[in-house]
Design a protein around this ligand. Structure first.
Ligand SMILES: [Fe+2]
Ligand SMILES: [Fe+2]
Length: 278
């Protein structure tokens, strides 16, 4: 029986991650693979890696991470924000990868039918410490803790004025699509950032949660009848049940993180399938 597998944060710019990527293989004929963002920083590496995975799996579903959206100095495309995102969507569609801009695919394997919904929602600085009253307060606290996210320099929101404005637009667009699903449709919700705040409590520096999601999605797993939620970004690969729904963080992350004290094993997660499922 086919499986619905998931992985994220392959960061293939790190050569030591190559053996892990090489081992991402179907376990059965017809397996699907979810890739939940942060494949690489460079456009060419993102597309090449996704092509490799697309060639191995029946269906590959992708959402962008923050790293896909960075515009690095000297980037040959020179595209920022929405333009960069849409160029990526086009390139990945061309090789047969399902993106957040495509019709949602329906998993008809074990535990199906389930709508697999790749979401691109970004973050809006609402996951901030309770003692801070505004984004600027929270940014000052994060900066003092030495955890200012590189997105502040490299992830441009153009043509939106801010990343939170881009996030708000993505939330509105995505909510409309999910609201249009049949009232009994079960889902697998895929987003680079966690949909609820609980996973960010495990961060070594909780101030970093600012760049990790939005309070506006905390009721989405229940509201949209999720069989499972798949996310990455935190580089803390763990499955936790929240409101009875498994939330799978499926990150590979950076090589130096694998052997850090308390590090959890890196793995490809079976979200649905033979022996898997919610
Ligand atoms: Fe990452
Ligand atoms: Fe990330």
């Amino acid at each position: 029986m086919p499986n619905l597998l998931a992985v994220s944060d392959l960061h293939v710019g790190y050569a030591d991650n190559a053996p892990f990527v090489e081992d991402i293989r179907p376990r059965s004929a017809g397996d699907w693979l979810i890739v939940a963002g942060d494949v690489a920083d460079r456009f060419d590496q993102i597309v090449a890696t996704m092509r490799t995975l697309r060639d191995r799996f029946d269906t590959v579903v992708w959402v962008p991470g923050n790293h896909e959206l960075w515009t690095l100095p000297g980037d040959p495309l020179g595209l920022r924000g929405v333009a960069r995102y849409l160029r990526l969507v086009r390139a990945l569609r061309d090789i047969g990868v399902t993106t957040p801009e495509d019709a949602y695919r329906v998993w008809d394997g074990e535990h199906g039918p389930v709508v697999v919904a790749p979401l691109f929602l970004l973050y809006d600085y609402t996951f901030r410490p309770a003692e801070t009253r505004s984004k600027s307060d929270a940014l000052a606290v994060a900066e003092a803790a030495g955890v200012l996210c590189t997105d502040e320099v490299l992830l441009h929101p153009d043509p939106y004025p801010t990343r939170e404005a881009w996030c708000a637009a993505r939330l509105e667009h995505t909510r409309a699509r999910l609201d249009a699903l049949p009232a009994d449709a079960r889902t697998v919700l895929v987003n680079h950032f966690p949909l609820v705040r609980e996973p960010t409590r495990r961060l070594r520096y909780p101030e970093f949660a600012l760049w990790c999601g939005t309070e506006h999605t905390v009721d989405w797993p229940v509201r949209y009848r999720a069989e499972a939620v798949v996310y990455g970004h935190l580089h803390i690969p763990v499955t936790a049940r929240i409101d009875g729904i498994p939330h799978h963080e499926v990150s590979l992350g950076y090589p130096h993180e694998w052997d850090a004290p308390g590090a959890l094993p890196r793995r490809v997660v079976r979200v649905l399938g033979d022996g898997g499922g919610a």
